[in-house]
Design a protein around this ligand. Structure first.
Ligand code: 13P
Length: 256
């Protein structure tokens, strides 16, 4: 049984004070749901406060991106060593970084390797545009993203990696993929991981769905065989909806 993982990607929302207030408001409410891994990914500037507020709880902290170099002339960037001790997870290859910051498949691979080298757990995000989806190219496109991201990553690292399938056209649009569509692509991603690493490793890996996940569609997604959790934007920003998502994941997976 794969432990489901529900991660809130706050994107560019909540200042450091709001972030601490938010995690103080959720931490006791999320306490009972130990059967799923619970993660919040605030903006960088809020990480120290959030990490301190959640110390001693089982709620993990993640960053939203990381650079692959240790230091240097990379204005605006954050090195993996800077995140050590602050976060457990790091999102890599989110479509918004691919689109607005020019992150390529090759960079995703370098970021993932750098994160792993520093003991950080990558959440590797992949997903296709509406155009690709409508042209029937989803499996091929997402498959290429997965192969590129995992290039040169050893099987021994897989237990710490999560993949997030987020169709770009479903992000922030209120238009989620159907749970069957998402399960089918996520199953295909698992198939590629099986080609690369063998069935046993592929079946142990956790793959999330992301894109307009809300309390009212959470059970549909979590009831699917291949979907091991969610990477959530908008609905992770409100205390009640984030707590509901975690509770619904526990219930849908029959873990309560
Ligand atoms: P929404 O849940 O707001 O659609 O965002 C999804 C996402 O991009 C999470 O990384």
């Amino acid at each position: 049984m794969r432990t489901p993982i529900i991660a809130g990607n706050w994107k560019m929302n909540k200042n450091p004070q709001e972030a601490v207030e938010f995690v103080n408001a959720i931490k006791d409410k999320l306490g009972p749901y130990t059967a799923v891994e619970r993660v919040v990914c605030p903006p960088y500037v809020a990480l120290p406060g959030v990490q301190a507020a959640l110390a001693g709880t089982a709620i993990a902290v993640g960053a939203q991106d990381v650079h692959w170099e240790e230091s240097g002339a990379y204005t605006s960037q954050i090195a993996p060593n800077m995140l050590q001790g602050l976060v457990k997870h790091v999102i890599i290859g989110h479509s918004e970084t691919r689109e607005y910051q020019g992150v390529t498949n090759e960079m995703v691979n370098k970021k993932a390797k750098a994160a792993l080298a520093h003991g950080l757990h990558p959440i590797i995000a992949v997903g296709e545009s509406l155009e690709i989806n409508e042209a029937g190219g989803t499996q091929e496109f997402v498959g290429n993203q997965v192969r590129a991201a995992f290039d040169g990553i050893p099987a021994s690292a897989l237990a710490t990696i999560v993949v997030a399938y987020e169709p770009i056209w479903a992000i922030g649009t209120g238009k989620s993929a159907t749970s069957d569509q998402a399960n089918s692509i996520i199953g295909a991603i698992r198939g590629i991981l099986a080609e690369l690493y063998g069935d046993e490793h592929a079946n142990a890996m956790r793959i999330q769905y992301g894109g307009s996940v809300k309390p009212n569609n959470m059970v549909d997604f979590m009831s699917q065989e291949h979907i091991d959790g969610a990477l959530v934007g908008g609905a992770s920003l409100k205390v009640d909806s984030f707590v509901d998502l975690v509770r619904l994941a526990v219930e849908a997976k029959g873990l309560s």
